[in-house]
Design a protein around this ligand. Structure first.
Ligand SMILES: C[S@@+](CC[C@H](N)C(=O)[O-])C[C@H]1O[C@@H](n2cnc3c(N)ncnc32)[C@H](O)[C@@H]1O
Length: 225
């Protein structure tokens, strides 16, 4: 399967939530999310089984999450990516590796989390190399702000974890500040609350890119209190 073999399920005018072939499309610039009901995780259209549920936000081309799903077949995985061209790449990898335990979501992270994920239904959340948007005037584009922080606190089980990975120390520090500010999350690692080595964490496109350029990677981990 090539990425181009995944066809868009609707035109812009016809956009609506669509779940087909284990890909959920959450339309952009759409107000009527609650008119459609997300099936339970164990529904055959989603995972068809019960189990631990882990989610990766901002999956890009899916290298990290497809490998995780392949290596952990008893866990249900969700990949969330807003760009359809990248969703196609995740889908192509998933199909070619015959991975069955990965739901791909083509949609924006906060909209999907808020309208489609039940409360306390996720065991682990991951965010690998989110776009840093370093300039103050671009603050509104950053994902890790209070709407995201509070929504993931709602959907991750109590005692469940959220792990964020960055190559950019100021971005790491901003994400840390947003998480602890909410009081819903407790940083797992002692001060400075990140580590720079996490054996067997897995590799993503941006992880390999930044390591090749000699950058240090920071890992933040939080527990939902
Ligand atoms: C820098 S890339 C990292 C991709 C991948 N995690 C990796 O490590 O290779 C960031 C990705 O996040 C996606 N993204 C940014 N904001 C998003 C949002 N609010 N919801 C869903 N995806 C988003 C972008 O489209 C892009 O593919």
């Amino acid at each position: 399967m090539k990425p181009k073999h995944l066809k868009a399920p609707f035109t812009w005018e016809e956009r609506r939530p669509v779940l087909t072939d284990q890909v959920l499309y959450v339309p952009h610039h759409y107000q009527d999310h609650t008119a459609w009901t997300m099936p339970a995780w164990e529904d055959p259209a989603v995972f068809g089984k019960q189990g631990r549920v882990c989610i990766e936000y901002c999956s890009g081309n899916g290298n990290w999450v497809v490998e995780k799903a392949k290596d952990n077949p008893d866990t249900c995985w969700i990949a969330v990516e807003k760009r359809f061209d990248r969703v196609r790449k995740i889908w192509s990898k998933r199909e070619n590796l015959k991975v069955k335990n990965l739901l791909i979501v083509c949609g924006e992270a906060v909209a999907f989390t808020k309208h489609y994920i039940p409360t306390q239904s996720i065991d682990e959340a991951y965010l690998n190399f989110p776009d840093p948007w370093p300039k103050p005037k671009h603050t509104k584009h950053r994902l890790v702000r209070q709407p995201f922080v509070t929504e993931i606190a709602r959907v991750v089980k109590k005692g469940g974890v959220a792990t964020f990975v960055s190559d950019d120390l100021p971005n790491c520090e901003r994400m840390l500040e947003e998480m602890v500010k909410s009081t819903l999350w407790k940083a797992e690692f002692p001060f400075p609350h990140y580590v720079t080595d996490w054996p067997n964490y897995g590799y993503s496109f941006f992880d390999e890119l930044w390591r090749a350029k000699g950058k240090t990677i920071q890992y933040l981990k939080f527990v939902n209190e």
